[in-house]
Design a protein around this ligand. Sequence first.
Ligand code: SF4
Length: 351
Amino acid sequence: MTMTHAQRLLAWYDRHRRTLPWRAPAGRRTEPYRVWLSEIMLQQTTVATVGDYYRRFVERWPTVEALAAAPLDEVLSAWAGLGYYARARNLHACAQDVADKHGGRFPEDEAGLRALPGIGPYTAAAIRSIAFDHKASAVDGNVERVIARLYAIETPLPDAKIEIHLSAAELVPEARAGDYAQAMMDLGATVCTPRRPLCVICPLSPSCRALKLGLAETLPRRAPKAEKPTRRGLAFVLARKDGAVLLRKRPTKGLLGGMDEVPSSPWREGRFVAADALADAPVPARWTLLDGLVRHTFTHFHLELRVARATATTDRLARLLPGSAWCALDLLDERALPTVMRKVIEKASLS
Ligand code: SF4
């Protein structure tokens, strides 16, 4: 009897599965809270980075109810460094919905999961399959690559998505759907890698069309991406003599919503003259323009910030800037400070 894709993949998984902080031992299911938390953290971030964050979160908030009861500020500051802060706000809102509307239990059905903040089709399918062993097809970038190669789908992404998702769904077995989902993730991460896939050790090689056609490394194809624009601005680091820095809160809605920041001029595309931007200084002080740039890339744009620094002669300057407060340098780690702002403060303290 010839083995199906799923049987070959599961046999491989039983021998080579990765040990991950959120993964239950063989034969056991990971609880929904842990699947959900790890999947939200893993969006756009690597397994290596997520490990420590995940451990800290489950230690501090071992259940979805505990996370729901935590102040949003604490969740945002524990998240700082993972980027994409809208996900952290959604994470908190989702925990509150699960705690308040579902008695602390994640729903098992797709519609129930998709109605929760921050849960899209992929995360819903990952929770349904891994936590509940339901036959659901979780297709992320890794799985897209495996399927595009397995069937030698040459249509470029994103147009190929429908075909890839349909093909992926057909392959999900009736039994061990959760292990199958994790096996696909592992195969994509460790064997069917973007460059130099390890086809010689791949359990799917007997039926892989891309391998047969010599196309493995060239798939999936992608439509060329539009260039990201670059926005520029001037960040103002006002420090007291003891090193404390003036921080203010960003508006709750929008980019980096609810996070802390050092004040800055508006971030705009096009011509930027740092000396002119000094006119946007939040408080009157003797501002010194520092050499060099702080660069950061967001989902939709690159950001280049010049940095200006000044020493505050009086504590009262903070009163001129509503919503601002002094923060001692050694307490910065406890603040919900996005990575770009950490880079700005670092530049101001090193220059
Ligand atoms: Fe990927 Fe190669 Fe396996 Fe095909 S044989 S699925 S290209 S690793």
